[in-house]
Design a protein around this ligand. Structure first.
Ligand code: ZN
Length: 453
């Protein structure tokens, strides 16, 4: 290699890594808590019963309503839309696996799960870095391999763990993956949490205490997978909660984001036990007795994690709790379908905004809850950061939920086109040999990929 190549590489490295000069912000930090599949029909009664104190107090100092979503309601697609402000045609993540925009798998027999390098446009953490702001992102979908982010900390997503052997929204690696974190040194702080999250580790007992054990096989026609997937999901989320809280206690960034999948997974597997009357087949009462409260308990667990995160960031923080879609009873005639709660028809999700400058109007009245769409998530975060919203983003910031005083003090500024100069997308990366095949099997098992494919 000639000398000129070497210096060109050096230059490329500088361009890609330095981002904007570090900027001192005067505004409050921002916390975005992504909760997959959070649903008002579950949230509402629990709030009334006083079972969700953290949600309640957050809502009382802000506004809560619903958020429109789009199809397909695949997690990688929607969470990437929220992180980029554009839809799948623009961001390039069309499915769990490499697929056409219409959802046809590019390589049906051995599809590769999307990874962060496939994304065609910058995500919020990239944008913050370009503006000289610091960021923390934990477990956001399609964030493996952890990208090099200026002024950023990234702990890569579930997708990587799934690829790396375990499951959908699930499980944890005890030995880490290549490129699990950015910067690399962050891995040392993350590893103890991964260790604790391993299947036979201490989280096992924590799960058993919270959700109980499913009685042994005798007399029970219960597919063990429903419990196993949920258990792994808990291990994953609980691990990410621990990592997020630890990182916040070390340093609160300008923009802090974390993702939890528990409400969605609980909804998929346990809806029939929570609302047995909705189904056209009988559901044994002893199943309802043991499993009927699991979704509600998952929400209580999420409430506890929300409380912990809010404690770290304090009240002088702009907070957004957002779900990518709601859920409801589904597959009403098929007792064998793994999913008895679903969201393919794109029911509205939940949106809560709170903190300095948010109009404290509380929960919007039923029938008037619509606050915006998932395309407004990235623009709103940028607006809160004091960064102009680029024209290429489809949504507008949700300024109507801010006080008039805040809007006056924080005028909208013009946005830049952050796409120019962003690295080119490349084909999916796989952390280990055979990882994609394992992931594919788990997706078939829960009915997200046609077994006939
Ligand atoms: Zn789901």
């Amino acid at each position: 290699m000639g000398r000129s190549n070497f210096s060109l590489l050096g230059l490329l490295f500088l361009v890609s890594s330095c981002g904007g000069q570090p900027k001192e912000r005067t505004g409050p930090p921002i916390l975005v808590v992504g909760m997959d599949g959070l649903e008002w029909s579950v949230l509402d009664p629990l709030l009334r019963q006083g079972r969700l104190p953290a949600f309640s107090s957050l809502i009382s100092r802000g506004v809560a309503g619903s958020i429109r979503t789009t199809q397909p309601t695949f997690s990688p697609v929607l969470w990437t839309t929220m992180a980029t402000g554009v839809g799948p045609a623009e961001h390039g993540i069309h499915h769990f696996f490499e697929a056409s925009l219409e959802g046809r798998l590019l390589e049906p027999s051995s599809p590769l799960p999307y990874s962060s390098n496939c994304r065609k446009v910058p995500a919020l953490w990239n944008l913050a870095g370009q503006e000289g702001l610091d960021s923390l992102s934990v477990a956001w979908w399609v964030s493996w391999p952890a990208e090099e982010v200026a002024h950023g900390r990234v702990v890569a997503s579930y997708a990587a763990q799934a690829q790396g052997n375990l499951l959908w929204k699930a499980g944890v690696w005890t030995k880490s993956l290549p490129r699990l974190t950015w910067p690399d040194a962050l891995e040392d702080e993350v590893l103890p949490y991964l260790k604790r999250g391993e299947p036979a580790g201490p989280l096992r007992a924590e799960y058993n205490n919270l959700f109980g054990l499913v009685p042994g096989k005798e007399g029970w026609e219960f597919p063990a997978g429903r419990d196993a997937f949920f258990r792994f999901s808990f291990h994953g989320d609980r691990t990410h909660y621990g990592i997020m809280r630890d990182q916040l206690s070390r340093e609160i960034a300008d923009l802090n984001m974390v993702y939890f999948g528990l409400a969605d997974v609980a909804g998929h597997f346990f809806w029939r036990y929570r609302q047995p009357g909705a189904y056209r087949y009988p559901i044994p009462s002893e199943h309802v007795e043991v499993l009927g409260d699991r979704i509600d308990r998952a929400y209580e667990v999420l409430d506890g994690w929300l409380a912990g995160l809010l404690k770290e960031v304090g009240e002088d923080c702009l907070v957004m709790v957002v779900s990518d879609h709601g859920m409801h009873a589904a597959n009403l005639k098929n007792p064998r379908h793994p999913q008895s709660g679903a969201h393919e028809d794109a029911p509205d999700g939940v949106l809560i905004l709170a903190g300095p400058g948010v109009d404290p109007v509380g929960t919007l009245p039923f029938g008037k809850r619509q606050m915006g769409s998932i395309f407004a998530v990235a623009p709103t975060v940028l607006d809160w950061l004091g960064v102009g919203v680029p024209d290429y983003m489809e949504g507008k910031p949700l300024r109507r939920w801010m006080t008039a005083m805040w809007r006056e003090a924080n005028p909208e500024v013009g946005g830049k086109d952050y796409r120019s100069g962003f690295r080119k997308p490349t084909r999916p990366r796989t952390p280990t040999d055979g990882a994609s095949a394992t992931f594919l099997e788990s997706m078939k098992e829960i009915g997200y990929v046609d077994s006939e494919n």
